[in-house]
Design a protein around this ligand. Structure first.
Ligand code: IMP
Ligand code: MG
Length: 180
């Protein structure tokens, strides 16, 4: 796997530091209003590792919800589609949507639309990565780990054709890998 990597964009150490900072920001945001309950809705499969690290830094009472969305074929975005519906009721609760990356915004827009109909008390979004050159203004992120250039990245949960999710760093693959 290592010989497929062209360069590391964000090291595991920087990720760990930033995840702790994000968790502190999130904890401050919800600390004053815990009565309604908080559900972290994670968009699978890309946010699996991010979520698991983030929640262990978050000393808040919470539930976890899972929703599966497909949006990429190789390195090309396709229209986002829900493959598995949310497995928990978020009516009246605070919802924090957690995704690995905000790219064209199609995924978060679709999930947000679905959740609104359940009548949550609030919806905020948290993404580990954002490509600011592409993210549309109608899909804001409340918590952002890193703004990155418009390159296709893998690792720390992010995949290319379902591989490389287990790389501990966020990396750019060698062009030959994408071409094959
Ligand atoms: P969006 O719907 O275009 O915002 O893309 C969001 C989803 O596409 C993310 O949840 C990822 O699963 C996937 N995605 C977008 N950019 C990348 C990338 O650079 N590497 C891996 N997956 C990506
Ligand atoms: Mg995803």
């Amino acid at each position: 796997m290592d010989h497929d990597i062209d360069r590391i964009l964000i090291s595991r150490h920087r990720i760990a530091e930033r995840v702790m900072e994000l968790a502190a920001e999130i904890a401050r945001t919800y600390a004053g209003d815990v009565e309604a309950g908080l559900t972290l809705v994670t968009i699978l499969s890309g946010s699996l590792i991010f979520l698991s690290d983030l929640i262990r830094c978050l000393p808040l009472r919470m539930k976890i919800g899972l929703i599966t969305v497909s949006s990429y074929k190789g390195t090309k975005p396709t229209p986002a589609a829900i493959l598995q519906q949310l497995n928990t009721d978020v009516t009246g609760r605070h919802v924090l949507l957690v995704d690995d990356i905000l790219d064209t915004g199609g995924t978060l827009r679709l999930v947000r639309e679905q959740l609104v109909s359940a009548g949550p008390k609030s919806i905020r979004t948290c993404v580990l990565l954002r490509k600011p050159s592409k993210a549309p203004p109608d899909v804001p992120a409340d918590f952002v780990g890193f703004d990155i250039e418009d390159v296709f990245v893998v690792g720390y949960g992010l995949d290319f054709n379902d591989h490389y999710r287990n790389l501990p760093d966020i990396a750019v693959l060698r062009p030959e890998v994408y071409a094959s």
